[in-house]
Design a protein around this ligand. Structure first.
Ligand code: NCD
Length: 320
C-alpha cells in the first residue's frame, strides 16, 4: 500500500446505481455497502490521509438552490479528498433570476464537463427530474421535505459505530416530522436495517398516517423516553410552514426539548443525534448538545466519509 492508497476493495456487486435520489427502495445490502466504504474512508481520514485520489479527473458540481452549511461543505470536501475537481454553483448569483429553468441551468453545467451533480432544491423531485434529463450522476442533497439520503446515511453510520448494529434498536425521530426530509430518509434506512422507528412531535406535525410507513407515532416524548436507544432531534422547519404549528417555541421546548431532566429519565446509554443546525434551547439544551451522550459533531465528521463513499460509488458505475 502506498502512502495515499486505501484498501477500499472493488465496487460491491450489489451496487449498480449512478444516482442516489433517496433511501426509499435501497436494500439493506446496498445501504450496508455504502456504510462499509464510508468506514474505510473515515479510517483513512482519522489516520491523517487527507487525499485519497480515487476520483482524479472527475468533476463534481454542488448545485444548491437552498441554503446549506454542513451538506454543501462536506460534499465539496469529500470530492476534493477524492482528488475530484469541484464546481460550486450559487443560485443567488445565477441566471435563474433571468428566467433560466433548473434543467437548462444543470444542462449548461454538464456541458462544461460536470460528471456528478449534487442537487439541493426546495421542490421535491427536482433531483429525480435532473437524473432523467442529464447524463451525469445525480445525488440528492435534500429535495424540499422529501428526502436527504446522505443525512440519513451519516445518522445511521453514527449509530452503527456507537452501537455495532442497527437491528432491534429503538430510534425516535423527534420534532417537525411533517416537513423533515431527514425523517423520511432515516425511516427508510433504519427500517431496512432492522431498527424500530418512532416518530414523535406535536399533533400538528405528526400525522397518524406515518404508521403506514411501518413506524410507531406518538405526541409524547416523555412516554417513550425510557425505552428509546437513540434520539434524533429534528429542527422545526419554520421556513416550510405556512402557519405556526404550536402556540410558542417556549411551549414546544417545554414538551420536546432534550434537557437534563429528560436525560435523567432516559436509558443510561441513550445516544443523542441532531442533523443540525441545532437551535439551542429549542430541540436540545446546550448541556445535552455538548454532553457525553451527544454525537452531533461525530455526525458531521461522518458526513464527509459518507459523501466520499457515495461520490465514489455512483461515479464508479459506468453509464448503461
Ligand atoms: C437538514 C436539512 O437541511 O435538511 N440539515 C442538514 O442537511 N444538515 C436539517 C435542517 O435543516 O434542519
Amino acid at each position: 500500500m502506498t502512502d495515499n492508497a486505501v484498501e477500499l476493495g472493488p465496487l460491491p456487486t450489489c451496487w449498480r446505481r449512478r444516482h442516489l435520489l433517496g433511501l426509499e427502495g435501497l436494500t439493506a445490502e446496498e445501504i450496508t455497502a455504502i456504510l462499509d466504504k464510508a468506514e474505510i474512508f473515515k479510517g483513512a481520514l482519522v489516520s491523517g490521509k487527507r487525499r485519497v485520489p480515487l476520483l482524479t479527473g472527475v468533476t463534481s458540481c454542488n448545485l444548491f438552490f437552498e441554503n446549506s452549511t454542513r451538506t454543501r461543505t462536506s460534499f465539496s470536501l469529500a470530492a476534493r479528498r477524492l482528488g475530484a475537481d469541484t464546481i460550486d454553483f450559487s443560485a443567488a448569483t445565477s441566471s435563474l433570476s433571468k428566467g433560466e429553468t433548473v434543467i437548462d441551468t444543470a444542462k449548461n453545467i454538464e456541458a462544461m464537463g460536470a460528471d456528478v451533480m449534487v442537487v439541493r432544491h426546495r421542490t421535491p423531485g427536482t433531483p429525480h427530474l435532473l437524473a432523467q434529463n442529464l447524463n451525469c450522476c445525480v445525488i440528492n442533497a435534500g429535495d424540499g421535505p422529501h428526502e436527504h439520503p446522505t443525512q440519513g446515511l451519516l445518522d445511521i453510520l453514527t449509530i452503527r459505530q456507537r452501537r455495532g448494529s442497527l437491528s432491534g434498536l429503538t430510534v425516535a425521530l423527534v420534532g417537525d416530522i411533517a416537513h423533515s426530509r431527514t425523517a423520511r430518509s432515516n425511516i427508510w434506512g433504519l427500517k431496512a436495517l432492522g431498527a424500530n422507528v418512532i416518530v414523535c412531535g406535536p399533533s400538528t406535525l405528526v400525522s397518524p398516517r406515518w404508521a403506514e410507513l411501518g413506524v410507531e407515532y406518538t405526541y409524547s416524548l416523555d412516554e417513550i423516553l425510557p425505552r428509546v436507544d437513540v434520539l434524533n432531534l429534528l429542527r422545526i422547519q419554520f421556513e416550510r410552514q405556512a402557519t405556526r404549528p404550536f402556540p410558542s417555541v417556549r411551549e414546544y421546548a417545554h414538551l420536546y426539548a432534550m434537557d437534563r431532566g429528560r436525560l435523567a429519565r432516559a436509558k443510561s446509554d441513550i445516544l443523542i443525534l441532531a442533523p443540525g443546525p441545532i437551535n439551542r434551547g429549542v430541540e436540545v439544551t446546550p448541556d445535552v448538545a455538548d454532553g457525553p451522550h451527544s454525537a452531533i459533531l461525530e455526525q458531521v465528521t461522518n458526513g464527509v466519509a459518507v459523501r466520499m463513499a457515495v461520490l465514489w460509488l455512483v461515479a464508479s458505475v459506468s453509464p448503461n
